[in-house]
Write a protein that binds this ligand. Structure first.
Ligand code: CP
Length: 308
């Protein structure tokens, strides 16, 4: 039963519960007209303490396409946060006006704190370099769509694996599936955090760490590219040194499988050349659209509303 629950980490839901959300997302994708009024009278609050295009717009589009309404801010400077209001008071206040809240916050763990003060279901829209569970739902849905399964595959994750919250969430979620092998491609400075490696070791998940994408691209069923995130670096010189570590282009893709699926949570800077956008293996803009369907399904499940 998902009604009334929060979603702050991908493992808050079992595999079966994630499937339930994805199955509903699939139905919405195929028959959107049947859902245009299911959230009439409901309000989603979107609290974005950090910039966003996809996550905020897709949440707002999702609620509007379900017949509900949206309130919120896209940067906290336009709210009483600017006057010093605490996160707990903001969450308590917004919960008085809305039926469900989604929040992006730069501080890791902020959603764990916020849920103690929320009267309504709460969704983490990304917390610092920690987790981004609705991106993971989007990624799982897109992987399932491209491969027809979520088991038995080799997944390459490439770029900033240290600060990339989408990577951390996807690794956690895919580690629940059978016969998954990870290839972790990053410069030494941007390797996956130790706590994620410990989690994989504990579960007996097979993985290897490499620096060169060219050396492993032929092994992969999924290639999950990520941006080197300027905003997470303390030192600009380090960012400049590492920002061009990986640029995926058609030349590099010559050795890849013909049914490789290339995903990227976006935004991209330069890590995927524009020429790749026309390659049938590029799934990242389909992934963007899927993000709206999975958020429509998630909102419905947490509010406990159904197709009429
Ligand atoms: N994928 C993602 O979180 O994109 P935004 O930062 O634009 O929301």
């Amino acid at each position: 039963m998902l009604k009334g629950r929060n979603f702050i980490d991908p493992t808050d839901f079992t595999i079966e519960e994630l499937d339930e959300v994805m199955n509903l997302a699939q139905d919405i994708k195929e028959d959107q007209d049947s859902y245009i009024d299911v959230c009439r009278g409901k309000i989603l609050a979107t609290l974005f303490y950090e910039p966003s295009t996809r996550t905020r717009f897709s949440f707002e589009a999702a609620m509007l396409r379900l017949g509900g309404k949206v309130v919120g801010f896209s940067e906290p400077g336009s709210s009483s946060v600017q006057k010093g209001e605490s996160l707990r008071d903001t969450i308590r206040t917004v919960g008085c006006y809305s039926d469900i809240i989604t929040m992006r916050h730069p501080k890791e763990g902020a959603p764990n704190y916020a849920i103690d003060y929320s009267y309504v279901p709460f969704i983490n829209a990304g917390d610092g370099g920690h987790q981004h569970p609705t991106q993971t739902l989007t990624d799982l849905f897109t992987i399932r769509e491209s491969k027809g399964r979520l088991d038995d595959m080799v997944i390459g994750l490439c770029g900033d694996l240290k600060f990339g919250r989408t990577v951390h969430s996807l690794l956690k979620a895919m580690s629940e599936h059978k016969n998954i092998r990870f290839v972790l491609i990053s410069p030494e400075e941007l390797q996956i955090p130790k706590y994620i490696k410990n989690m994989m070791d504990k579960k007996g998940i097979e993985y290897k760490e490499v620096e060169r994408l060219e050396d492993v691209i032929d092994e992969l069923d999924i290639l999950y590219m990520t941006r080197v995130q300027k905003e997470r670096f303390f030192n600009e010189a380090d960012y400049i040194r590492l920002k061009d570590s990986y640029i995926l282009d058609e030349e590099k893709l010559k050795n890849a499988k013909s049914d490789l699926a290339i995903l990227h949570p976006l935004p991209r800077v330069n890590e995927i050349a524009y020429e790749v956008d026309d390659d049938p293996r590029a799934w990242y803009f389909k992934q963007v659209k899927n993000g709206m369907y999975v958020r429509m399904a998630l909102i419905m499940k947490l509010l406990g509303v159904e197709k009429c």
